[in-house]
Every structure is written in structure tokens, then in C-alpha cells.
Design a protein around this ligand. Structure first.
Ligand SMILES: Nc1ncnc2c1ncn2[C@@H]1O[C@H](COP(=O)(O)OP(=O)(O)OP(=O)(O)O)[C@@H](O)[C@H]1O
Ligand SMILES: [Mg+2]
Length: 530
């Protein structure tokens, strides 16, 4: 039996004192327990981002023990359990020792924690840095754009330079080919009874024809071929092309056409567009040796400043777009800006001349259009042609068909040609057709003959002649003196002398070099009859 008395006895059991103590201690106990709970719960929920977690836990335990000691104080008012109270107090003293030590250890670390002001400053610095970074990024983007633009300009300049070179080569080559093509015909007729020689002349004319084909492509690339643009129904042309391509592409390649029903007319030379589509389709076929799909697409497109590849070379406006796509092997990115270069080919020797895309490029540019190639290695290629759209009705096909073949005559023809070899050949050819001929090496010589007494009916002149007047100016002068004079032009290529904006001037008759003597005969009759 304990000899201790309850704490209430010390207070003489005065009810006010007893109850004031009891209620106060109970409230304190509740406050301590709530504090312990809040601290414990907080650290448990935020365990990943709370600093000094251990200290929080010690505080929570400390508060809990404080609560328990307050409850014991209430109990000891009536029950003399001082041993338990002392035990709890001892524990509490130990814990408070831990708390104090922890607080003291924590103090230096607490002092270096950033204040709210420091946080605000750090935030401001961060925002400033983000602003700088954004500015730098914008600048890099702008540089990249400038670089891309410069690359485009460089590419255009390169194409222009190669164009001039190939144009010059093609021009001189055409003169040579004109002589070879024409004379080999004469030779062929002369050796008809000697089969071994006929075989040789055939070989020479086949080689010359190949040369003519090459120079035609070179001229197309250098944008110097005489075009005969017409208002062309592109859909009809694509349908025709698809039909003609069927046997060429073979069974393994599926052809799909997706034509815009409202596709506008395009102002282009239809025969050249057919050739361009053929070239693109042949490339597609070669890129799909195991078969695949060729898609021909048409549509109306407006190119304006929103068009990503807009350059000063492209006039904003309405275009008819023709896209030729394949599911072939594609083109590596590093080769993409080379594919339009003349003679660039990845095909084996003898398989490709590397002039197909060059021709398409030159034709599109000369037609005031725009060309774009997209390709992904292993997936396929799309070439998009943007051709200038026009209002109106489709033009009738070229009048060429109506011109009778062959023909002789006894009229007089004045031949003006600066290249002696070609001049000699043309004189021989025209004389063989029965005509009377006169020849001049330049405009001045020709005008001297025109001013003379001789009668003649046709002026057959080269367009580009060095020194003095060109063919066009000569014809104008000649017709001033002899208004009834007929004119036929010939040229290896035509600059602006008779071709304006890529379109042959109205009423101009042109025989492009090199030509067969049958073409020459036919065009002379056409000119004399005009
Ligand atoms: N649709 C395509 N898919 C994959 N590569 C292509 C495609 N079109 C063009 N190329 C690549 O571009 C190169 C140049 O094409 P281009 O048509 O100018 O010449 P080519 O086809 O080699 O010869 P050719 O004068 O007979 O047309 C090709 O050799 C090929 O490497
Ligand atoms: Mg090709």
C-alpha cells in the first residue's frame, strides 16, 4: 500500500484549484497531441522534399511525450502514480536533450537557407536567363534561315552558270550536227547499192541522232529551247501520258492518277510537258526495280509568301501543280541538290545520261514555273512541277501537223549563216531541192545582196550572228526594203531575238538545228506558202 497521497490533497481538495489544474493540463495535452500529429503527418506526406526530416520527427515525439506528461499530471490529482510520472519525465528530459542538440546542430544550416528575397532574386535571374536564351534561339533560327536562303541563291547561281556553259556547248554542237545529219543523208542515198557502206551511214546517222537528242536536252536545261506555249489542259495531258506510260513501266508498276476536277489551264509547251512527265516516270521506274506505285497528281496551288521555299525567283501567283511520286528507293539527302545538274547520274555507265531531270528543270524554269523535289531514302520520291496557271480555253494542238512533207521548188533563197561549214552544207542541200541560192556570212553581206538587183523569195537566216545585226533585225531591215519577202529562221538556240518570254513571236517560222533535209524541205515550202 502506497504511503504517497494524491496531488489533490496538496491542493486541499479545493474544487476550483483541482478543476483549474485538471482542465488546463487536459487542454495542454490536446494541444501537444495535435502538434505531434500535424508534424508527423506533414513529414510523412512530404517525405521526399522536406529538409531536416529527422528533427521534425523528434519534435513530433517530443510533443507527444509532453502530451502524455500533461495527462499524467491530471491523473496524479487523484491517483498518486508519481513513479510513472517520473519515468515519463525522465524520458521527456532525454528527448528534449536530443531536440536541443539537433536544434543547435541545425542552426548553422538553417542560417544558410535562402530567404524569400533571395528566392525572388533567383527567380528573376532565371527569367532573365530564359529571355536571353529565347533571344539567342531566335537569332540562331534567323541565321539558319539566312544560310538556307543563301544556299538557295548559290544553287540558283550554279544552275545559271552551268546553264550558260551547256547552252554555249549545245549551240556550237548543233551547227556541227546539222552538217553531219544533213550530209550523211546525201551520202546514204549515194551509197544505196553498197550494203556495207549503207550500214556505216546508218550508224553515223544513229549516232548523230543521239547527239541531237543530247543537245536538245542541254538546250532545254539551259532554258534556250524555243518553246511553243499554249493554254494546256493539264489533266488531259496527264491522262494521255499515263496511257502511254503503261507499256513502258511494265506490269510490276501500278499507275494511279489523282486529278483535281477543277484544275486550271497551264501556259506551257504541251509536248515538252509530256517529255518532262516521261522523264520523271522513267526515273520512278528505275527507282522501283521490284515494282511499286507511280502516282500522278494535279491540283491548283497558290504560291505566296507563306510558301516555305519562296525565293525572289518565284513569282507569287496561281499555279497548276503536277506531282509525280514513286514508292522507290529514294534519294539520299546529300545528293538532293545535285540531281538537277546536267550529267549527274547514279546509274551505271550507259544506263543514264543524267540529263532527264536537267531537261525537266530547264523546261519548268523557262516556262516561268517552279520545281521542287522531295525524297526519303527507302520510301520514295515526289517531284512537284508548278506551272503558271491561265484563264481561258485550251488552245488547239500545234499547227505543225498540217505542213506537207518534202517538196521542191525553183524559187530563189538567200541563205545567211555565219558558220562557214553549215553555210556550205545548207547551200548544197537547198540547191539539191532545186532552188536558186545565194549565201551571205553576216547581216552586212546579206543587206548588200538585198540592195542589189537579184530577185529572191525567201530569206533563210540564222538567228544568232556575231557582230552587227542578228537574224531578227536583219529580217526587219530586209522586209523594209522588200516587203513581200518571206523569212525562215534557224537556230541552235534562240535567245530573245525571236523568242519573247519563252514564247515564239507570232508569225515566226523557226527550224531548230540540227534538222533533217526533209524538215528543211518542208519548212521552206511552208515559209514560201505563208
Ligand atoms: N524518282 C527517283 N528516285 C530515286 N532517284 C532518282 C529519282 N529521280 C532521279 N533520281 C536520281 O537522280 C539522278 C539524276 O536523274 P536524271 O533523270 O537527271 O538522270 P538519269 O535518270 O540518271 O539519266 P537519264 O538522262 O537517262 O534520265 C538519277 O541518276 C538518280 O540517282
Ligand atoms: Mg532520268
Amino acid at each position: 500500500m502506497s504511503t504517497l497521497t494524491a496531488h489533490g490533497a496538496c491542493l486541499l481538495w479545493i474544487p476550483e484549484l483541482i478543476w483549474l489544474n485538471a482542465v488546463s493540463d487536459a487542454l495542454l495535452a490536446i494541444a501537444f497531441f495535435v502538434t505531434a500529429f500535424v508534424l508527423g503527418f506533414f513529414v510523412w506526406r512530404r517525405r521526399s522534399d522536406v529538409l531536416f526530416r529527422g528533427v521534425f520527427w523528434i519534435f513530433a515525439v517530443f510533443a507527444a511525450f509532453c502530451g502524455v506528461s500533461r495527462l499524467l499530471s491530471v491523473a496524479t490529482l487523484w491517483v498518486p502514480a508519481y513513479d510513472i510520472e517520473a519515468l515519463v519525465k525522465g524520458l521527456l528530459a532525454l528527448i528534449s536533450l536530443g531536440v536541443t542538440t539537433a536544434l543547435l546542430l541545425m542552426l548553422p544550416r538553417l542560417l544558410v537557407l535562402p530567404t524569400r528575397v533571395q528566392f525572388a532574386q533567383a527567380n528573376a535571374a532565371l527569367e532573365e536567363e530564359i529571355r536571353h536564351r529565347r533571344k539567342a534561339e531566335a537569332m540562331v533560327k534567323r541565321f539558319q534561315e539566312i544560310e538556307a536562303n543563301e544556299a538557295q541563291v548559290r544553287q540558283a547561281q550554279k544552275m545559271e552558270a552551268i546553264g550558260q556553259l551547256t547552252g554555249g556547248v549545245a549551240h556550237d554542237f548543233n551547227n556541227i550536227l546539222t552538217v553531219i545529219t544533213g550530209t550523211i543523208e546525201i551520202l546514204g542515198e549515194a551509197v544505196q547499192d553498197r550494203p556495207n557502206l549503207v550500214q556505216i551511214t546508218d550508224m553515223i546517222s544513229a549516232a548523230a541522232a543521239r547527239g541531237a537528242d543530247l543537245t536538245r536536252h542541254l538546250l532545254a536545261f539551259s532554258r534556250r529551247q524555243p518553246l511553243q506555249p499554249r493554254n494546256t489542259d493539264v489533266n488531259a495531258l496527264v491522262v494521255d501520258a499515263a496511257r502511254l506510260l503503261r507499256p513502258t513501266l511494265g506490269e510490276q508498276i501500278e499507275i494511279e492518277s489523282m486529278l483535281a476536277h477543277d484544275s486550271s489551264l497551264a501556259l506551257i509547251d504541251p509536248s515538252q510537258l509530256s517529255t518532262a512527265i516521261l522523264n520523271l516516270a522513267l526515273n520512278a521506274r528505275d527507282a522501283m526495280p521490284d515494282g511499286g506505285k507511280l502516282t500522278l497528281e494535279t491540283g491548283n496551288v497558290v504560291l505566296d509568301e507563306n510558301y516555305p521555299s519562296m525565293t525572289s525567283e518565284i513569282k507569287p501567283g496561281n499555279y497548276v501543280m503536277i506531282a509525280v511520286s514513286d514508292t522507290g528507293e529514294g534519294i539520299p539527302g546529300s545528293l538532293l541538290d545535285k540531281v538537277f545538274d546536267p550529267f549527274f547520274t547514279t546509274k551505271e555507265v550507259g544506263k543514264g545520261s543524267g540529263l532527264g531531270l536537267s531537261m525537266v528543270y530547264g523546261f519548268v524554269k523557262q516556262s516561268n514555273g517552279h520545281i521542287k523535289i522531295y525524297s526519303e531514302e527507302g520510301h520514295g520520291t515526289t517531284v512537284k512541277l508548278y506551272l503558271p496557271a491561265v484563264d481561258g480555253v485550251p488552245d488547239a494542238p500545234a499547227a505543225d501537223a498540217g505542213i506537207p512533207a518534202g517538196g521542191h521548188g525553183d524559187e530563189s533563197i538567200l541563205i545567211v549563216e555565219d558558220d562557214a561549214l553549215v553555210r556550205e552544207y545548207v547551200v548544197t542541200q537547198i540547191s539539191r531541192l532545186g532552188y536558186h541560192t545565194m549565201a551571205a556570212g553576216n547581216a552586212a553581206e546579206a543587206l548588200a545582196i538585198i540592195d542589189g538587183p537579184e530577185r529572191f523569195d525567201l530569206l533563210f537566216t540564222d538567228v544568232i550572228m556575231p557582230g552587227g545585226l542578228n537574224g531578227r533585225q536583219l529580217a526587219t531591215e530586209a522586209q523594209k526594203r522588200r516587203p513581200e519577202l518571206k523569212v525562215l529562221y534557224t537556230s541552235g538556240y534562240t535567245e530573245n531575238a525571236i523568242v519573247h518570254h519563252g514564247r515564239l513571236d507570232v508569225g515566226v517560222l523557226l527550224l531548230p538545228k540540227p534538222y533533217l533535209s526533209s524538215d528543211l524541205a518542208r519548212m521552206i515550202r511552208t515559209a514560201l506558202a505563208s
